[in-house]
Ligand binder design. Structure first.
Ligand SMILES: [Zn+2]
Length: 175
């Protein structure tokens, strides 16, 4: 199951809004989120190792080496948010009238943005051991809820409540 044109368009809007909320919360200044490069891909565009059986999204980090070997031109890294369309659509189907696509997508987008900013700023190490990643996941969940709650309507509150006990994004773990 892949996102159709409607879902892709809602997903883009969710990431746009998540970017604005993240930039405001972390006071990212003039460069904004662009100082932490990332891209978003949906299931149909993913490579085999980017597909995750248990997650809504899988966050991958890539390093682009600089072609010239002058030291001041070091390479750069970026993050890829690999959306698992099938798992997200399944959650919406199972959620009946409670879980709607747009608020779920906003929750996932903001959660990923918080990861990208925290990894990108060096607050936490992307290569940290599994145990530290679990602690980081909990911190990111708390931050995500805290950023969303002031702007949440009824549908978004249902998603926020459900992420406390029904759903886990599972994006930064290997198992
Ligand atoms: Zn996460």
């Amino acid at each position: 199951m892949y996102f159709g044109p409607t879902e892709v368009s809602q997903m883009r809007s969710s990431f746009d809004l998540a970017e604005k909320l993240t930039e405001k919360y972390f006071s990212l200044g003039a460069g904004g989120i662009k100082s932490h490069p990332y891209e978003v891909k949906t299931l149909i565009e993913l490579r085999e190792h980017e597909v995750h059986e248990k997650a809504f999204a899988h966050l991958c980090k890539y390093y682009v080496p600089e072609k010239s070997n002058t030291s001041e031109n070091a390479g750069f890294s970026f993050y890829k948010v690999c959306l698992q369309d099938n798992r997200i659509l399944d959650a919406v189907t199972r959620g009946g009238s409670f879980i709607k696509f747009a608020p779920l997508m906003l929750y996932i987008a903001l959660h990923e943005m918080v990861h990208v900013v925290r990894f990108g700023s060096g607050a936490v190490d992307f290569e940290a051991p599994e145990e530290e990643k679990r602690e980081e996941e909990e911190r990111v969940n708390v931050l995500t809820r805290g950023i969303l709650q002031p702007v949440a309507d009824r549908d978004l509150n249902l998603v926020i409540d459900c992420f406390n006990d029904c759903y886990h994004i599972g994006d930064i773990f290997n198992n």
